[in-house]
Design a protein around this ligand. Structure first.
Ligand SMILES: C[C@H](NC(=O)[C@@H](N)CCCCN)C(=O)O
Length: 452
């Protein structure tokens, strides 16, 4: 007698890891464009006569629509209502449109002359493109998180999320490493943006391939499983924001990421000013950070899947973050090797917290509300990513300028590092509260993700 056992497509190891590889590649292309302009700052100044203020306006544009027009939150709601296929394709289209506008502006096809709202037209249009792209890439991020939960829940969820983050960070590293040589080779500051546009087209095609797999996954789900999936309702948003565990994760996220991503923007300057590293070599030490996370985020994710201890991992990460920023603040061992060691420890902390934090969200929030929940967390996080670099810049200009003999600007980084350290202290406090809340509510953050 043969027994018919219905297997979901996600039960096949090959299928779920293939699905992960496809969507992670789309994110790699997105992260590449996110950071592609940072190494080009001197070329933009030389070739297009951009000032630092122009560059600052352009950089902050990433968060404009997400933060002020709540685009990320609407994206999350659309994700929960319309699903990963529609939302993911929409996000890819926004990334493509944004990148195309940005390319047209930087290449001089549009806005080469004149001003818009008092800004150079070129800067304003490139910023508009980047702002549209920012909406697309953030919505793609929450969509991919939901895709991973769909395929990996009850399986290697944290490892999969860790691998996706690691793949995306390859995009950041590529941006740091290949952008300037590529622009110099083609003698064009816009050439790397065109490369990003081509890569985003490939990323979009790869998401189309995922859509085919997603259809097959749903077809393989039993009717019973599909019935269990209730539709998303607006009232679900209130359920999320009334959940204390959700707020603890969102606060931990904004505090932790505010002490890392904005720090990276100033880390090269810190190496020059405090550790007296040559300008040309100073970027090498901070670049160790994303490099370390490539290997460590999946490693810690795998540990969380098998052994649990998610809340404890986040506490350890926050303690390490405090230690790192304190060591950077203290006037001890102003040597490059010491800075390198401390940066490596920061890389470990930056792998620990995300590897446990993102896979913990589905333990607190039901799957049908996940898109909205991730979107709300990213929205809270975007305030920090937008505000903290501005705060640190203002603090440096107002309180930390040093008198120099050569006329160039020099800064004492003690106060900015104390500010980053304070974010770590509050993050630790929140992580401890999260562990206590987990004990009270039984979310299972300390339990393994893989169900035996
Ligand atoms: C998964 C997580 N992503 C984010 O936090 C994004 N909101 C911000 C991405 C910024 C990319 N430079 C992560 O990358 O850890």
């Amino acid at each position: 007698m043969t027994e018919l056992i219905q297997r979901k497509l996600s039960d096949s190891k090959a299928a779920r890891w293939t699905a992960l590889a496809i969507v992670a590649f789309t994110m790699l292309c997105g992260y590449f464009l996110t950071d592609v302009m940072s190494p080009l700052k001197p070329m933009l100044e030389e070739e297009l006569a951009w000032t630092s203020t122009d560059f600052g306006i352009f950089t902050s544009a990433y968060g404009w629509f997400n933060v002020f027009f709540l685009m990320l939150i609407f994206g999350g709601m659309i994700l929960d209502k319309m699903g990963v296929r529609f939302t993911g394709m929409g996000a890819c289209c926004l990334m493509l449109i944004g990148c195309a506008i940005k390319y047209a502006a930087v290449a001089g096809y549009i806005g080469a002359e004149g001003t818009i709202f008092g800004w150079k037209s070129q800067v304003a249009l490139a910023s508009l493109g980047y702002a549209i792209f920012g909406v697309g890439v953030e919505i793609a991020g929450i969509t991919v998180s939901k895709v991973i939960v769909k395929w990996f829940k009850g399986k290697e969820l944290a490892l999969a999320m860790g691998l996706e983050m690691a793949t995306a960070r390859i995009g950041t590293m590529l941006a740091m490493a290949v952008t300037v040589p590529f622009a110099k080779y083609f003698q064009s500051v816009s050439a790397p943006v065109l490369l990003c546009l081509i890569m985003l087209c490939i990323g979009t095609i790869s998401y189309m391939v995922y859509i085919v797999m997603d259809r097959k996954l749903e077809a393989s789900m039993s009717a019973e499983e599909e019935e269990k999936e209730e539709p998303f309702r607006m009232s679900d948003v209130f359920l999320i924001i009334k959940n204390k565990g959700f707020w603890l994760i969102a606060l931990l996220c904004v505090l932790f990421y505010s002490a890392v991503f904005p720090f990276i923007k100033y880390a090269t300057d810190l190496m020059v000013n405090k550790y007296h590293v040559e300008q040309e070599l100073a970027g090498f030490i901070p670049s160790l950070l994303p490099l370390g996370t490539l290997f460590l985020t999946p490693f810690f994710g795998n540990l969380y899947d098998r052994k649990g201890k998610g809340a404890t991992i986040m506490i350890i990460g926050a303690v390490m973050l405090i230690g790192v920023h304190l060591l950077f603040a203290l006037p001890i061992l102003n040597e490059w090797w010491f800075a390198t060691l401390v940066m490596i420890v920061l890389g470990i902390a930056f792998s620990l917290v995300p590897s446990a934090m993102w896979p913990s969200v589905p333990k607190i929030i039901p799957e049908k509300q996940l898109g909205t929940a991730y979107a709300l967390i990213f929205w809270v996080q975007n305030w920090g990513l937008m505000g903290v670099p501005a705060l640190i810049g203002w603090v440096l200009d107002t309180y930390c300028k040093l008198d120099t003999t050569n006329g160039g600007p020099a800064y004492d980084y003690t106060l900015p590092m104390i500010i980053f350290c304070c974010f770590g202290i509050v993050a630790l406090f929140i992580a401890v509260m999260l562990k206590r809340e987990d004990k009270k509510k039984g979310y299972g953050l300390e339990l393994p993700n893989i169900k035996q």
